[in-house]
Design a protein around this ligand. Structure first.
Ligand code: NDP
Ligand code: 2IT
Length: 450
């Protein structure tokens, strides 16, 4: 027989699916949060009477706009851009911009929804938002990317501001794109404003922002292992992706004495049986960040590295899996294979990289599982610190920012323990969801009916 929580969850999800048809990513993200918070939510009638769950799952607003730009060959191209301003209870809207052909409203709604609770966990004053466009930067020249970013900002500028909504990077949006976007905003307003984070150090960026998501993920993982009397030293880690998050997760993992045995991109993965070394990491960094090349090139140029086309790294035996590429990149088959091969911890660098059944499988097997909204919060946390530095017109040293990042990750870990401790174990998914949700819900109650 179903218990009352399951019935409530099913009824809530039925209504949400009806109101948001076809938005499968959004459904998945909401279901995970609601499943975690319901037992606690139902004990607090004041939340239910204020319809907190109904309110927090409905975005404040979504804007979508046309972006028209010209290729180097003078062809006219039309893309679609969005900004989902989901919830600004805790502070100005904050969240990245993603450029990828698979971007659509469902993807951006799931990302903006997750961002509300992630930002809450950091303890900094930031609401949740996300945006982007169905633009594919692959194969585009710098000038094409520049014209696209300028055209996008011609629309986006109406909705952002340093005390309103502060975008940053995500998939396909790195230092190059942030510079083009920022310069266009400055040109339009004739004033410098900390309206975007992830800026370069030369014009108001923060030390460690580039590294923050990857470093933060590894710091979180170390906290999780320390809590069971273990550490990262000597552990083998399978990392997916080879973008911003993956590269700096790999760098920090190496520094902490772990062995990174895989990296990947959308065309396949590389196996490094002896573990990535510093020289190889530098090669991959230049390959991906400067040459914008493919991960297969790393195997082609290094004898000890093997490339597996169109495959994901989850069949490789490892102690820890760190998915750092994209959503739903690790499914039930992958989870079973990781389990069979002895994995004991999953630490998410990406947002929602596990399918719902993979996450459920790990929970049943009591495998440590840090959800992205906790373990990848280091990026947005340092974005928050970038905003503080911009407001104060000062720059903190690398050491200062790194120390604050470590402190924030340790604090998020503590919140997961506080809200996720269950029969001697820590359910990090439940802990992160309840901890992140509570601060938002309590503040919404304090605000009254808005
Ligand atoms: P990048 O664009 O720097 O790198 C993305 C990496 O993931 C690339 O290796 C890319 O391969 C791979 N990838 C992207 N889409 C797919 C796909 N559909 N299938 C397989 N591989 C794919 O992005 P980031 O490193 O910044 O972001 C990675 C993840 O981390 C995302 O989930 C993002 O939302 C999340 N995140 C990012 C933060 C940040 O500060 N940047 C903060 C918190 C979370 P290819 O080059 O072949 O496309
Ligand atoms: O998913 C994320 O947390 C990000 N892409 C970073 C957002 C930010 O505002 O730094």
């Amino acid at each position: 027989m179903k218990n009352s929580h399951q019935t409530e969850l099913e009824q809530f999800m039925l209504q949400l699916r009806r109101q948001n048809p076809d938005e499968i990513h959004f459904h998945q993200a909401v279901e995970e949060v609601v499943e975690s918070v319901l037992p606690w939510y139902l004990q607090h009638d004041e939340y239910r009477r204020a319809r907190i769950l109904e309110r927090v799952t409905e975005p404040d607003r979504i804007v979508s706009f046309r972006i028209t730009w010209e290729t180097d060959a003078r062809e006219v191209v039309v893309n679609r851009g969005w900004r989902v301003q989901f919830n600004h209870t805790l502070g100005p809207y904050k969240g990245g911009l993603r450029f990828h052909p698979a971007v659509n409203q469902s993807v951006l709604k799931f990302l903006a929804f997750e961002q509300i609770f992630k930002n809450s966990l950091t303890g900094l004053p930031m609401g949740g938002a996300k945006g982007g466009a169905d633009f594919d930067p692959k194969g585009k020249s710098d000038r094409e990317v520049m014209r696209f970013c300028q055209a996008l900002m011609l629309e986006l500028h109406r909705y952002i501001g340093e005390d309103v909504d502060i975008p940053a990077g995500d998939i396909g949006v790195g230092a190059r794109e942030i510079s083009y976007l920022f310069a266009q905003y400055m040109r339009m307003y004739n004033r410098w404003a900390g309206v975007i984070t992830g800026k370069s150090l030369a014009y108001g960026g923060s030390a460690v922002r580039t590294q923050a998501t990857g470093y933060g993920c590894v710091y979180f993982c170390e906290n999780m292992l320390n809590h069971i009397g273990d550490s990262l030293s000597g552990k083998s880690i399978a990392i997916s992706g080879s973008g911003n998050v993956a590269i700096y997760a790999a760098e920090k993992a190496l520094q902490m004495g772990a062995k990174v045995i895989t990296l990947s991109d959308s065309s396949g993965f590389v196996l490094i049986p002896d573990g990535l070394n510093e020289e190889q990491l530098k090669y991959v960094q230049v390959l991906k960040e400067e040459r914008r090349g493919r991960i297969s090139d790393f195997a082609n140029t290094h004898k000890a590295v093997e490339f597996f086309e169109s495959a994901r790294p989850w069949s490789v035996p490892c102690d820890i899996a760190m998915p750092c590429a994209t959503e739903n990149e690790l499914d039930l088959n992958d989870a079973q294979s990781l389990h069979k091969n002895g994995v004991f911890a999953i630490c998410e660098g990406a947002n929602m990289p596990l399918t719902a059944d993979a996450a459920r499988f790990f929970a049943e097997k009591e495998i440590l599982h840090a959800p992205g909204k906790a373990s990848n919060a280091g990026g947005v946390a340092v974005s928050g610190l970038e905003q503080s530095q911009n407001s104060l017109r000062i720059s903190w040293s690398r050491e200062e920012v790194d120390k604050r990042l470590q402190g924030i990750m340790a604090d998020i870990h503590q919140q997961c323990i506080q809200y996720g401790a269950q029969q001697g174990q820590v359910n990090y998914v439940a802990g992160a969801n309840i901890g992140g949700f509570k601060r938002v819900a309590d503040t919404m109650l304090a605000y009254g009916i808005v």
